[in-house]
Design a protein around this ligand. Structure first.
Ligand code: 5GP
Ligand code: ZN
Length: 119
């Protein structure tokens, strides 16, 4: 598994920096955002260090597919109400103009009753 020694999300995924874990398997790590925008706000990351969506290629199709397919189950487990009344939002900020602050690919999953702090 390729990781970056100075990457905060690599460290979180390895358990070297504490987080509130939601889910973990061989390839994925999911944890609560430290500054949530919404009543439910967690981040899904691959354990493999990928800097952003801009670095994603066909070799990552299965990995990203697994992340996308896992999100609905975790959203419900974390308290999002079912679709269509409930639901959730998935966001992947990419690059400076895309609003990305942490350069390890992550999917934000946000949900829960409104109003939200942002968004
Ligand atoms: P970005 O703007 O890169 O899409 O989002 C980065 C997210 O990571 C932000 O929502 C921020 O609150 C969250 N974050 C940054 N550092 C940490 C941390 O050390 N622990 C956790 N749990 N979340 C973090
Ligand atoms: Zn990383």
């Amino acid at each position: 598994m390729s990781t970056e020694p100075n990457c905060i999300f690599c460290k979180i995924a390895a358990g070297a920096i504490p987080s509130r874990k939601v889910y973990e398997d061989d390839e994925l790590f999911v944890f609560h955002d430290i500054a949530p925008w919404a009543p439910v706000h967690f981040l899904m990351v691959p354990k493999l260090h990928i800097a952003s969506m801009a670095q994603v290629g066909s070799e990552h199709e299965a990995l990203l597919g697994r992340m996308m397919a896992l999100a609905p189950r975790l959203a419900l487990e974390q308290g999002c109400k079912p679709y269509p009344e409930g639901g959730f939002r998935m966001v992947v900020n990419t690059g400076a103009e895309g609003g990305q602050e942490v350069h390890h690919l992550h999917v934000h999953v946000m949900g829960g009753p409104r109003p939200w702090l942002r968004g």
